[in-house]
Ligand binder design. Sequence first.
Ligand code: PLP
Length: 384
Amino acid sequence: MFSILDEKVYKYREMGRTDIVDFGKADPDHPTPDSIVKRLQETAADPENHHYPAFRGSLFLRQHIAKYYKERFGVDVNPETEVLALLGSKEGLFHISLAYLQRGDIGLVPDPSFPAYNDGVFFAGGDILRMPLTKQNGYLPDLDALTAEQRKRAKILFLNYPNNPTGVLAPPAYMKKAIQFCTDNEILLCYDHAYAETYFDGNKPKSLLEFEGGKAAGVEFFTFSKSFNMAGWRLGAAVGNEEVINSLLVVQSHINSGIFAPIQFAGVEALEHVTHTDFLDQQRAEYQRRRDYAVKKFQEIGWDVHKPEATVYLWVPVPKGSTSMDFANLLLDDYSVVVAPGTAFGETGEGYVRISLTTEYVNVEKGIDRICAAIVKLAGVTTH
Ligand SMILES: Cc1ncc(COP(=O)(O)O)c(C=O)c1O
């Protein structure tokens, strides 16, 4: 789906259309902070760092991840046994199913969601049970809807809050319920915390590990990609339950051979120094400014769009009579705006497109104005 739109964007650019606004990518537009780049450069020059790295990640990085978890979330994790460095969180989110699922086991996958959960269960030979996230259920999987048979067969549940693509946070009561549900039914809870630092209005998301029973129930996936504008660097971590970390490590060690040491030093720089500057606040303020512009414009045309509490996304209903893909195509063909069709994240995404606010404010203004114009034209809503 993305590739069809990508090809079109490429073709249109070749044809000289220079004014395309890209809301399709989940890749932060601002550069990685200088000090992180510098740390990479310095450490890359040292031959000591040119060898195969440790499978778990360097103890130095793991200690800094543990320190960050203590400072940011107030939780204790043992850097020796409860932290595993990843080549980006995506690979861990995919491989965890290989570590936990046998053929015929069920993987519980929210729909819509980041595709790696679904794909991991599929490649592990598990049965995918998709759990709809709808406006009606607050974009929270309905755990009570599972039958006794499904609970018995389910071995893994993926949750991701702040949520891609809907932009919602999970209320603490829901997190407690999910932990209890997983504990009672012996289901591994995989908590994707990619947007831990991308929140608005001071609404700090909590870690799974802050909740009672959270560490016993599962593991959290953390990434440097979004918080520190390091999407291309490929650095993340699994944090939590020692047994889960060990199982994931076994799978990893068959597939990867660790992360280039200078990238791990760069991660240390991010956690040790950048978190103690105003960088994260500035990032949040910029994304919030973009979000506020978009939400205001949708309100002005009377279009019902959830105001995201976090992430860089808006989950926008498409006008009646259009599918997600139709609307995404129309926006690109006639309005020069790229969005992700909701169905790229699962069938429940039909009827929505995802806007990613990872482009400069002037582009956000331009792109959102064009989308609003398209909605007004198609849906006949009136501007206030
Ligand atoms: C919810 C979610 N989880 C994980 C990832 C992957 O992040 P990483 O770059 O760490 O692989 C993304 C990237 O878009 C994401 O949106």
